[in-house]
Ligand binder design. Structure first.
Ligand SMILES: C[S@@+](CC[C@H](N)C(=O)[O-])C[C@H]1O[C@@H](n2cnc3c(N)ncnc32)[C@H](O)[C@@H]1O
Ligand SMILES: [Zn+2]
Length: 363
């Protein structure tokens, strides 16, 4: 079924990287038609983007939308093209795309949860209790912040996540009775986190078994963590107020979180510059943390231009330079990292990266 008129007059021949596309205007193109449509038929592209947004708002996945832009079963472009366009529009106006409807959560706490005891952690299935969802790419399994919060804080103490993404840490902090602050620069992440926390609050109202103390409702801030101290002081916080930091920064530029947001660390292309910004944030985290407080950082190594970038060790050094002392190094196994698998297959690498580091620093 072709929903879009122009698709009737486009043809695709050949396979994969050798494919040839004939546009409805007669122009023949190698492999991709996207830049041609954007430049030569901008009104058509705009119409298509509107269609992406309309379908996304109905809760369709990017892959499913991609299928409606196929010709005889061959997708005209990849789903990442669609994702990029939708994100670009949403960053400008987060109301454009409606988030999927409330989930009817019935399980509030992980079953048979035990604190980790060794320096190797593995969660083959990311937790899906309460309102945890997997729709923020690059989020961490809720088991990670839950372990950190339960091990290093007491009820009512304050947890800070300077890269809060979809809000995983804040959900866990509220469920475990801790106060929390989460900051992220990405307006889409902010919307997802806001949505999940609201969902949690609404569901808890009708569920007598779950008590979410209103006085410890998480504080969610849309902002740039390079200005952490300034931002937190506007909310009345001072140096030494934080009991635990749970930080999960971008893995350099391996996954771009936003399209057009100034200050997003995942846009930085020089490793030294990325590390400088991490150092600057680590310094502020050090000041905000109480004496002897714990700062946990999850980060993985990356491959760039077929070379290994030992990002984990670089970041560890930056935190040490900022005044922290390394207390523990935990290896967290990585499951289902498709991006590394792609690289592995296509670049004849010997090994697939299957671990991340969880550094436990002490002030
Ligand atoms: C690895 S993700 C964190 C995911 C999070 N742990 C979760 O469960 O959803 C890294 C986050 O850092 C954010 N980020 C990038 N630059 C930032 C900055 N300057 N200030 C605050 N957040 C930033 C990105 O938007 C992204 O959400
Ligand atoms: Zn054309």
């Amino acid at each position: 079924m072709l929903l879009i008129e122009e698709l009737r007059h486009i043809t695709i021949d050949g396979k994969k990287y050798k494919r040839k596309i004939k546009c409805f205007c007669g122009q023949r193109l190698n492999y991709s038609i996207v830049s041609h449509i954007k430049n030569e038929h901008p009104e058509v592209w705009q119409k298509w983007v509107k269609q992406f947004i309309k379908l996304r708002s109905k809760g369709w996945s990017y892959k499913r939308i991609m299928k409606t832009f196929s010709i005889n079963g061959k997708p005209l472009f990849s789903w990442t093209v669609i994702e990029r366009e939708v994100k670009r529009m949403m960053e400008k106006d987060t109301n454009l795309v409606k988030l999927p409807p409330m989930k009817n959560a019935k399980i509030w706490y992980p079953k048979n949860f035990k604190l980790e005891r060794t320096t190797v952690w593995s969660f083959p299935r990311r937790g899906s209790w309460a309102v945890h969802r997997s729709d923020y790419r690059g989020n961490w399994a809720p088991q990670v912040p839950r372990n950190l919060i339960l091990r290093y804080t007491k009820p009512k103490e304050l947890v800070l996540d300077p890269f809060v993404g979809g809000g995983t840490t804040l959900i866990e902090a509220w469920l475990t009775g801790r106060r929390s602050i989460g900051i992220d620069i990405n307006p889409i992440a902010h919307e997802i986190a806001k949505h999940s926390l609201k969902e949690l609050e609404d569901l808890a109202r009708n569920f007598p078994g779950l008590h979410l103390a209103p006085d410890i409702k998480p504080l969610l801030i849309l902002g740039d963590s390079r200005k952490l101290i300034q931002i937190l002081s506007e909310y009345g916080y001072e140096e030494g107020d934080v009991d635990l930091v749970c930080a999960h920064p971008p893995y350099f530029n391996s996954l771009r979180y936003t399209e057009n947001i100034e200050g997003d660390l995942s846009h930085i292309n020089k490793l030294d510059n990325f590390c400088k910004e991490i150092y600057n944030i680590a310094k502020q985290l050090h000041l905000l943390l109480k004496d002897e407080g714990i700062c946990a950082v999850l980060i993985g190594d990356v491959r760039k231009n077929k070379r290994m970038v030992p990002l984990g060790f670089r970041i560890m050094k930056e935190f040490e330079n900022a005044g922290f002392q390394i207390k523990d190094i935990i290896i967290k196994l990585q499951h289902q990292d498709q991006s590394t698998q792609f690289w592995y297959r296509n670049n004849n690498l010997d090994f697939l990266i299957a671990h991340e580091y969880l550094f436990i620093f002490k002030k």
